[in-house]
Design a protein around this ligand. Structure first.
Ligand SMILES: [Zn+2]
Ligand SMILES: [Zn+2]
Length: 211
């Protein structure tokens, strides 16, 4: 795939030669805050259903309320949810899920690889108890790209390995970068989880990178 960075945008071209932007023009960091007061973003919300690969509990890695004023730039008129298995994510990259704007999310299995052991339920729950909320105001566009131990919505990612835009499993086009979630910020493991979206197909992808 040919990627081109022009004035703070990352573009590709589809088969019809139409330009397709692969990142958003706005970047918000996640900061510690009061989740009872601000529900625009949730990360690693535990679910009741289980991973058919390892048996561990699944998590909604990222839940965004596109109707919140701060997240209007995403152009998602409803809820975006990305669901995967914390135990499998380092091996299963990328993991995919489908979302509906009313908050529904269905993970797509099988994974290409999986974790050998399920994560304990209490560890999955503990990840969900993190204190992170969306910041009140935006950060510089490259904030997430400049500083590794931060989690950001929109903007540019910090790629530990190479630039990686996952092809959509439905339409085959490169997916659009939505969020970088720092595992280190959560004391989980090294590296980051990258969340991408195909807005047309309503598919989310999550993949892991580390040094
Ligand atoms: Zn699993
Ligand atoms: Zn698609």
């Amino acid at each position: 795939m040919d990627l081109k960075i022009v004035s703070k945008k990352c573009w590709t071209f589809d088969r019809a030669g139409k330009r397709r932007q692969l990142n958003f023009d706005t970047c918000y960091p996640l900061v510690k805050g009061d989740r009872a007061q601000d529900g625009a973003v949730r990360i690693f919300r535990p679910r009741r259903d289980r991973c058919p690969e390892c048996g561990g509990r699944l998590s909604d890695f990222l839940v965004l309320d596109g109707r919140d004023e701060r997240l209007r730039f995403l152009g998602i008129d409803g809820i975006f949810t990305a669901t995967a298995c914390l135990g499998c994510i380092p091996w299963a990259s990328p993991s995919y899920s489908r979302f509906t704007l009313d908050g529904g999310s269905t993970p797509i299995f099988p994974y290409e690889g999986s974790g050998e052991e399920a994560m304990e339920d209490q560890d999955v729950e503990q990840m969900g108890e993190n204190p992170y909320v969306l910041a009140d105001g935006p950060a510089p566009l490259f904030y997430g790209a400049d500083w590794d131990e931060t989690s950001t919505i929109g903007g540019f990612p910090f790629w530990i390995q190479d630039w990686e835009y996952t092809p959509c499993p439905d339409c085959g086009r490169p997916m659009k970068f939505v969020a970088k979630l720092s595992w280190e910020m959560l004391d989980f493991m090294e590296g980051n989880c990258y969340v991408e979206v195909c807005p047309e197909c309503r598919v989310a992808s999550m993949h892991h990178q580390q040094t």
